[in-house]
Design a protein around this ligand. Structure first.
Ligand SMILES: [Zn+2]
Length: 232
């Protein structure tokens, strides 16, 4: 399973499909609605000839990922969803309901809430249709602390609570993208080795622990948060 995340051009999707990707995302969410529809439809028509599935996006997430960045959430409008899915033929749809890309989503003291009411409204309009949430890292405070204790300088930040994600995972949400938490887990593990054993220079000795930390993190997410164990 190989997925292109946030493809921004038709040509990029074509390249990935021709190189054997099993799924591509075309993110036209920053475009005017009709242009998003047209671009997504074009990718779907090409991809489906090769049995490659396509994820589209409606609504814009706050935060930064790769070259995609936005200062504020633009929530997905439930009334557009049905039309978008029908016109484009997408296989899954990423929506914007308050999650956010990156590790610096919200400041401590904020109480970030996913707009589950929008999710419910969307589910009513396209029952059972696979929904995707991006930007769903929780920014575990013990990892931020570990990084900073071992020479790091991460500013205070919090993410989406795992309780909020558990609620979303019970709905038609079929994929929840979590990237920053994995970056934090690997960075914390590597920093710890470098700090405690400054003489170490064998990558196996720090990349090994980093990989173990990543496995542990995702095992926790799969079993305790997403409820996706055995559902692939
Ligand atoms: Zn994303």
């Amino acid at each position: 399973m190989l997925l292109l995340d946030h493809g921004d051009r038709f040509e990029l999707c074509v390249d990935c499909i021709e190189s054997g990707f099993s799924s591509v995302m075309i993110d036209g969410s920053h475009l005017p609605y009709e242009e998003n529809v047209a671009l997504t439809k074009k990718v779907v028509e090409f991809a489906h000839q090769f049995d490659v599935t396509v994820e589209g996006e409606l609504g814009v997430l706050a935060g930064i990922e790769d070259e995609v960045s936005a200062a504020h959430h633009t929530y997905t409008q439930p009334e557009e969803v049905e039309d978008f899915v029908a016109k484009t033929g997408v296989d899954s749809l990423a929506i914007s309901i308050g999650t956010s890309h990156g590790a610096f989503k919200f400041k401590p003291g904020e109480d970030p809430k996913i707009r589950l009411d929008i999710l419910t409204e969307i589910e009513k309009r396209i029952p059972g249709f696979p929904i995707v949430l991006h930007g769903s890292s929780s920014v575990p405070q013990e990892l931020v602390k570990m990084i900073n204790e071992h020479g790091g300088k991460m500013k205070d930040a919090i993410g989406i609570s795992e309780d909020q994600l558990r609620l979303a995972a019970k709905s038609a949400v079929c994929k929840i993208n979590i990237d920053s938490d994995g970056r934090l887990a690997m960075t914390a593990a590597i920093r710890k080795v470098f700090d405690e054993k400054p003489e170490e220079f064998d990558p196996r000795k720090y990349l090994g622990p980093a990989r173990d930390a990543l496995k542990k993190l995702y095992a926790h997410k799969i079993n305790n948060v997403l409820g996706s164990d055995g559902k692939a």
